[in-house]
Design a protein around this ligand. Structure first.
Ligand code: ATP
Ligand code: MG
Length: 247
């Protein structure tokens, strides 16, 4: 079966360092796929390549079989690939509602440079629903820059969902969250409809095993193994590599 999003022989170099060295990865429709590995393994770099932020020196990225290697982040977002960063993004000087609205508009009228009233109303409805869904409905008028870290994370998730993604690329979404916020995040991802496939970079193995059906291990820019959580947990070389490298 054609994977939803796939990397084929992806190589990224920073000077003499190969951050990624011929990496293959398949994200299937509706999959919950975790990407783990020691610090510096290349996890964020691979999300950068899949999200369109980094153009690989070699290799291809395909979305539902179509080559999207040369498309940037905005073009990929319009095709349903949305990214959540290691540091929460969003415009600090816009309100929470405005941030989500900006994310919702291109999907409401994807082929236009101006937005007719119908598209604006649709985007406003989406915005309201997404703020409700992530628990920020009461903070729509607050400037994003005034939110606490966990709320910024919720906002970024609302922005990603407002684009009606087929793929969510999540880079350590639990980093810096309180225990209660992590619980919220886990539950949120657990009930996220399967129409959205998730590629999750996460250091916390308890979250990885709770949320994923497939795990890929990266080390030194190469894929060490891909398998079910049970297979990965049992694989001794993987355990060793991971135990050695995690900060
Ligand atoms: N812009 C850059 N310029 C130079 N080197 C970079 C750049 N971005 C990443 N690297 C290097 O590429 C390698 C892979 O980095 P990457 O951020 O992808 O790792 P990671 O697996 O996400 O690590 P972490 O778990 O710490 O987030 C590292 O050695 C890093 O120092
Ligand atoms: Mg990283």
């Amino acid at each position: 079966m054609t994977p939803l999003l796939s990397a084929h022989g992806v190589t990224v170099r920073y000077g003499s360092l190969a951050a990624l060295d011929g990496v293959d990865l398949r994200l299937e429709l509706g999959q919950r796929h975790a990407l783990i590995g020691p610090n510096g393994a290349g996890k964020t770099t691979l999300l950068d390549v899949l999200g369109g932020r980094t153009r690989p020196a070699a290799g291809r990225v395909r979305l539902a079989g179509r080559d999207v290697t040369r498309l940037g982040p905005a073009a990929r977002a319009r095709r349903g690939v949305n990214r959540i960063h290691q540091r929460p993004a969003g415009w600090p000087t816009l309100t929470v509602r405005e941030n989500v609205l900006v994310a919702a508009l291109p999907r409401a009228a994807p082929t236009r440079r101006w937005w007719p009233g119908g598209a604006r109303r649709a985007a406003a409805r989406t915005t309201g629903a997404m703020l409700e869904r992530v628990g920020l409905a009461g903070l729509g008028g607050t400037l994003a820059g005034h939110l606490a870290h966990g709320q910024r994370r919720q906002l970024e998730i609302a922005m990603a969902l407002a684009g009606r993604p087929r793929v969510l690329l999540l880079d350590e979404p639990a980093a810096g969250l309180s225990a209660v916020e992590v619980e919220w995040l886990v539950e949120f991802l657990r009930v996220l409809p399967r129409s959205v496939a998730v590629l999750l970079v996460e250091h916390r193995l308890d979250l990885v095993y709770a949320l994923s059906d497939t795990v890929t291990v990266l080390r030194d820019g190469r894929t060490l193994a891909t398998g079910t959580p049970a297979e990965i947990r049992a694989a001794e070389p993987v355990r060793q590599a991971y135990a050695e490298g995690v900060a």
